[in-house]
Design a protein around this ligand. Structure first.
Ligand code: ATP
Ligand code: MG
Length: 447
């Protein structure tokens, strides 16, 4: 372990490390109480890269009970693994984890043991870029695996023997891909071989952990297409989500054209990206795959319904956007009705990304103008025009008075009236609809 070469001197990069005062205070209190404590993991890595990261995790020689005694407000977030959440003055939680070493691993879980040194703790971490420690008082960096060198060379490299590390925990294969895509790093050759070797074994992972990796990839990575390309090319998708095994390059490019969410108010963006993964499947297979991956029922339903509408609406929409004449108002209304008022924004965003990914540069410019115009028109329709049976200027009671029988005929009559109104929204008056309903009732009794 040569710590004095290039970027591995003990203080190189320390000036970039500026933990917020609230977490520094937590670290100092631990140190004052005699417990060796270091910042570790994602925040150290991100700070050295010049990226902000709010999660300044601490590793400490203190045991969980010692940490709990030292701070007034703590949360036992993962006591059995040594992690105590400590709340700072503002009530923000920071993770403080006791130094640990792995005693046993089975590709799914690790059994850990406390009483380890910082070096042992760093050695059980996944990648060199995640195994750098920063001591707040000495302003010293401990980087036994030369993570700073790999940051500089933009490499994701396993700590130690890659194949062994992946065998201990197969999730690391997916994590390597996520970090590589997130920072646009290459994956070091031996680490990539270990990922390829891991792919057939990924089925042993709990699907919840896999689902979280997908979610994190969508949230954290600017261009998730490169991540899912690696999921595909490594064989991970074939094992974890077989219907996605031959995900097209267009689907990957679509992902890259959809922005990621920044902050919780934009979680719709994550849903849009997720949807882009499933457009090439039938709705039934998309739903089954999402269920298999343990996505929430809400997510599964939302994406399943979206895919269903995608298959009915998008072919005609694509043709219309590439044609010389814009679609008629009635056509736009029918699309909005088929998509559903509340989904129009998401649908058009995904459509724009997907069609954009399919086209060459030149066609894309023409198409973008057509898309913007459609976006405005569809939005206006969604806000203003009747596009659901609930928007009709009469209800089921009126229909029964007009002579329509209760039961399935009622629903059919409402849909037929909506269809008539979509042709021309000026028809949506009580009197006109009632007259039309009487005609329908007469047809029904003839039938
Ligand atoms: P992010 O910004 O995505 O949170 P992170 O590096 O902080 O990135 P976490 O999942 O929060 O990632 O984990 C914190 C640290 O714990 C990592 O930096 C790494 O050192 C270690 N770690 C996490 N998961 C594993 C794993 N499966 N195997 C080994 N070490 C891990
Ligand atoms: Mg983290």
């Amino acid at each position: 372990m040569d710590k004095d070469k290039g970027l591995s001197s003990q203080t190189d990069g320390a000036e970039l490390l500026q933990p917020p005062a609230s977490v520094l205070e937590i670290a100092r209190r631990l140190i004052r109480a005699g417990h060796e404590s270091w910042f570790v993991g994602g925040a150290v890595r991100d700070a050295l890269l010049g990226h902000p990261n709010l999660d300044w995790d601490l590793a400490t020689a203190a045991t969980p009970p010692q940490v709990q005694r030292l701070f007034r407000r703590t949360v036992p977030v993962g006591i059995e693994f040594g992690t105590v959440g400590v709340l700072d003055d503002a009530g923000v939680m920071h993770e403080v984890t006791t130094f640990r070493r792995d005693v046993r691993t089975d590709g799914r879980h690790a059994v850990v043991e406390f009483g380890a040194s910082l070096e042992e703790d760093l050695a059980r971490r996944d990648f060199t870029i995640n195994a750098i420690a920063y001591g707040p008082d000495s302003r010293e960096l401990r980087d036994p695996f030369r993570g700073r060198g790999d940051l500089e060379h933009r490499l994701v490299r396993a700590v130690g023997v890659a194949a062994d590390r992946m065998r201990e925990d197969r999730l690391r294969a997916l994590r390597a891909i996520r970090f590589a895509a997130r920072f646009q790093f290459a994956i070091e050759a031996e680490t990539w071989s270990a990922i390829l070797e891991s792919a057939p074994h990924l089925g042993r992972l709990s699907m919840e952990r896999v689902q979280q990796e997908i979610e994190k990839t969508m949230v954290q990575v600017d261009r998730p297409g490169s991540a899912f390309r690696m999921w595909r090319d490594s064989g991970a998708l074939a094992v974890l989500a077989p219907p996605l095994a031959s995900l097209s390059d267009v689907a990957l490019a679509t992902l890259d054209r959809l922005p990621r969410a920044r902050g919780t108010a934009q979680s719709q963006r994550t849903a849009n990206r997720m949807t882009a993964l499933f457009l090439e499947l039938t709705p039934a297979v998309a739903r089954a795959t999402l269920r298999e991956l343990r996505f929430s029922n809400d997510r599964m339903r939302w994406i399943g319904d979206f895919v269903e509408r995608w298959h009915t609406v998008s072919p005609a929409m694509r043709d219309a956007l590439l044609a010389d004449t814009p679609p008629s108002d009635a056509t736009v209304r029918r699309w909005v009705a088929a998509i559903g008022r509340t989904r129009v924004g998401a649908f058009l965003r995904v459509a724009e990304a997907r069609f954009g990914a399919e086209l060459d540069e030149e066609t894309r410019a023409v198409f973008s103008r057509a898309m913007r115009s459609l976006y405005r028109r569809a939005w206006r329709v969604a806000l203003r025009d009747p596009v659901e049976t609930g928007d009709l200027a009469l209800d089921g009671g009126d229909l029964m008075k007009a002579g329509i029988k209760a039961g399935p005929q009622l629903g059919a009559a409402l849909r037929s009236l909506l269809d008539w109104v979509l042709e021309d929204p000026a028809r949506n008056t009580h009197d006109q609809l009632l007259a039309r309903a009487r005609e329908l009732a007469a047809d029904q009794s003839h039938a």
